[in-house]
Design a protein around this ligand. Structure first.
Ligand code: ADP
Length: 301
């Protein structure tokens, strides 16, 4: 196969591993920087150009689109889709998963466990919003935050209300969430490929911190999932329409709750914690599915 990896930087661990795994399995692979692509959008022959050359003849494309380039990145991916290239994750599914609130709404419609979550626009509604999610302590999240930045634990009602007022004053979109204290600063990253969790790790926040992101100093260890956790992760990925996803789950007293479904999950942490060849599993999945052009979200909005 000829594979394209949409990534801004070929030196990143995940990109390097995908290149390695593809080559090991006998495929030709090219790393394409989405921001270097420009497009000819027309009916007869949609094209993607890079520095005067036309990109063509790819069987499949692996999107590794960072949050900061979601808009342009998904447009380039959509162009690949229009050219008939099989996307590991479809552009619509990536856009869907990048919107935390939209994701929560879609997951809740499918009956997937979530922390109680609220969203409002007017400062006048803050007291009611805080009551709705069960009062303090509660978690406040900026909708456009990543890697734990923009996630705040408000221990008291007063703190919650003033932080919410401040964010709203800055016209930032925020959601409030029940604080899952019993998770003890740990979450579980489930790496889903197709309809299976192929790897999982537990991330524990450093002492004094409630956010378990590895970027925030968290540490990762192997974990055994319960059948309920497995099925929650797989259903969450399917609901978002993602073939490959990192589903983050908290162990709450009312069962597993999904915090986030990541469409470009990193490989470094999960491969280190589990010793598994996750990149190889991704390439293997593409081999199985791209030929028949099977993708769950094809044709759906
Ligand atoms: P980001 O997308 O920025 O990583 P998350 O929503 O995943 O933001 O939150 C970052 C971390 O904060 C999570 O990994 C988890 O450890 C912790 N966290 C987030 N929401 C809650 C919550 N409702 N209750 C308890 N801990 C939470």
């Amino acid at each position: 196969m000829r594979l394209a990896i949409l990534s801004r930087n070929s030196k990143l661990y995940s990109t390097r591993r995908l290149v390695e795994a593809a080559q090991e399995r006998g495929h030709e692979v090219k790393v394409v920087d989405v921001l270097s692509c420009y497009m000819n959008i027309n009916m007869q022959q949609p094209e993607i150009h890079v520095k005067g050359d036309v990109l063509q003849g790819f069987d499949a494309v692996i999107p590794r689109i960072g949050a900061s380039v979601t808009f342009y990145g998904t447009a380039v991916l959509r162009q690949f889709e229009m050219m008939g290239t099989y996307p590991l994750n479809e552009s619509v599914a990536i856009s869907r998963s990048r919107d935390k609130l939209r994701s929560m709404q879609l997951l809740s419609r499918k009956g997937i466990g979530l922390p109680i979550t609220g969203f409002a626009n007017k400062p006048a509604d803050i007291p009611d919003l805080v009551d709705m999610v069960g009062g303090a302590p509660l978690v406040i999240k900026l909708l456009e935050g990543t890697q734990g930045i923009g996630v705040v634990l408000a221990e008291t009602r007063q703190a919650a209300e003033s932080v919410l007022e401040a964010f709203m004053g800055l016209k930032a979109s925020v959601m409030v969430q029940e604080y899952i204290k019993e998770a003890g600063g740990a979450d579980i990253r489930c790496f889903v490929i197709g309809d299976k969790v192929i790897a999982a790790m537990k991330r524990q926040a450093k002492p004094g911190e409630f956010r378990s992101n590895l970027h925030r100093g968290g540490t990762a260890t192997l974990v055994r999932l319960t059948p309920e956790e497995r099925s929650t992760a797989v259903r969450a990925a399917r609901t978002m329409g993602l073939n490959v996803a990192g589903v983050d789950i908290l162990r709450s007293s009312h069962g597993p709750v999904v915090m986030e479904v990541n469409s470009s999950p990193g490989l470094a942490g999960i491969e280190a914690a589990t010793g598994l060849d996750v990149a190889g599993r991704i390439i293997e999945f593409i081999e199985k599915t791209s030929a028949i052009h099977k993708t769950r979200t094809r044709g759906k909005g």
